[in-house]
Ligand binder design. Structure first.
Ligand code: ASC
Length: 129
């Protein structure tokens, strides 16, 4: 998929950039900064669920631990745990997309908060600021 490790790094950063776009827009609706729109939320949640499956290959490419990256060495020192966190990201995102089908912000909110908690926990262990 990649010609070199810099491409692998740029790829995973692009994925997380899109994650932040969709997650941020959902967060604005959950917080009430933007009006809740059930169809828009569903689109964001479905996009997040698809994106959550993508970053791993950008980390596994040989040499992609070195370069212009905020990833901590822990990603490669503790890859099993990192993969578990990504798997949790995927299941949280799938649960969020499922909750979005209710069209009810009250049911969506706890699923969103669960995903947000995992974002934060994984960043503190595996991402430099
Ligand atoms: C965001 C974003 C993060 C997460 C995190 C959730 O919108 O950019 O890194 O949510 O703050 O706890």
């Amino acid at each position: 998929a990649f010609d070199d490790k810099d491409e692998a790094i740029a790829y995973r950063q692009s994925v997380f950039s899109l994650v932040a776009t969709h997650f941020g827009e959902m967060g604005a609706m959950v917080k009430g900064d933007k009006a809740f729109d059930a169809a828009a939320f569903q689109y964001r949640a479905d996009s997040l669920a698809a994106l959550s499956k993508m970053p791993l290959e950008g980390f596994l490419y040989p040499g992609a631990d070195q370069g212009d990256t905020k990833a901590k060495a822990a990603v490669w020192e503790n890859t099993d745990e990192f993969k578990k966190r990504l798997a949790k990201f995927q299941s949280d995102a799938a649960d969020l997309a499922k909750s979005a089908q209710s069209g009810d912000l009250g049911s969506i909110k706890p699923a969103f908060m669960k995903a947000a908690k995992n974002c934060k926990a994984c960043h503190s262990d595996f991402k430099n600021r």
